[in-house]
Design a protein around this ligand. Sequence first.
Ligand code: HEC
Ligand code: HEC
Length: 425
Amino acid sequence: MNKSILLIGSLAATAGLAALLVPPPLPERWSGSEAALIASLSLSALPPAPADPGNAVADDGIAAELGHRLFFDPRLSSNGAVSCASCHRPELDFSDGLPIAVGVGVGQRHTPGLIGLSHSPWFYWDGRRDSQWAQALAPLETHFEQGAGRGAIVRLLAEDDEYRRLYSALFGDLPEHLPDPGQIPRQASPLGDEAAKAHWRQLDPGLRLAVNTAFANAGKALAAYQRKLRPGRARFDDYADAVGAAGPNAAARQGELLSRDEIAGLKLFIGEAQCVNCHNGPLFTNHDFHNTGILAPPGRMPSMGRFDGVREARENPFNCLGEFSDADAGQCAELRFAKDDKELAGAHKTPGLRNATRTAPYMHTGRMESLAEVLRHYNEAPVAMLGHNEAKPLGLSRRELRELEAFLRSLEAPPAIARQWLEPP
Ligand code: HEC
Ligand code: HEC
């Protein structure tokens, strides 16, 4: 073939490529409603974490100290090797980097990060707990997580000098409530295997109540500690504040605070790609449950999600309305009026997106390895295995997907957590 034709052909291809590479212009200015929406995403708009009326020590310093110790203590497990921090690792924003969690055994879902979670009214991907203190009790006993009986947890509180001191300072004299902790079998639990249940049934009802009360209090301390885990300001927040302050007509030092691609990604996020429908507010979550067509792992049944979760939250003895809660029934509106219909089959909690860059892999199944993979999923919006996918196919170009990803990266920031809470006590 003639060489010059080849050359001309490749020049033309290069020119075509160059045209593709010329970035489209910046969104010069935001409309008034866009500017208000962007400002509402800033961390400056985040109020303090809502009170937890079910937990009287939620904001108590000693409770946070006790919770901090419990969080990092592997003695709270059947094999003495697993603590909350084994799966919720501080250096990974309290996630674990694994697709599916591994504790005493192998779990069923992906470990979410814990930063900013105290703003959530529901816990777990399916929202099967209605408070952070009730949530904290579950992994302690779940056989594949920490697998300890509540008997063992309460004995540790009573027998370890430091725990007994902190506990008694908060909740009243522990030896008085449990004068003889040695009589509580460690395995005793209403949730364990047959032997554990038998030990539990053999306990005197008064002692069972004392064990449950001390166990619930351990959860309240763990929740108080987790309320210290707050997100830090990202580059995006300075931009959002500038846009909010400047109003609709200002360019808001756009290029200085965020790059062209990040701004274009933000435009897509709040516009055409409709991410903001579910990922909104300063934590980028509406705290609600949605079906986004996440496929079950091969050979596994798809998770029923919130459909089962809301039932479990209602039945849980440690819920807002239960006897171990410090709330009045009137303060439990979330639980009492929780939506419950078959549309919730396959719906999972919308995760926040701050520092999503640091908590891969993604989704309740942990099967998406990168943000690029997540974005491809939204672009295609596959048919759900259960219920229906609420997200619609986006049909974005490769460039637009890259811009969206650049925007998500602008949300990365070191969390605003005092160093002492990030390390074992
Ligand atoms: C074996 C690993 C593992 C251990 C140990 C563990 N977790 Fe988790 N954690 C997970 C997984 C996996 C989930 C999500 C499970 C689900 O939604 O079904 C989760 C969920 C949570 C949530 C809810 C997150 C959300 O987005 O709603 C909180 C809070 C939490 N864990 C705190 C704790 C505390 C406190 C402890 C210790 C008492 C603990 N975890 C122990 C793996 C673990
Ligand atoms: C209909 C509500 C909805 C819309 C619209 C939506 N999301 Fe999500 N998003 C969710 C839910 C729910 C999950 C968790 C799904 C699951 O695990 O089953 C999620 C998960 C994610 C995750 C994974 C986070 C993690 O920690 O695992 C990222 C990243 C994400 N979404 C980004 C986006 C982006 C970007 C858009 C716009 C293209 C978007 N989402 C649109 C509801 C939504």
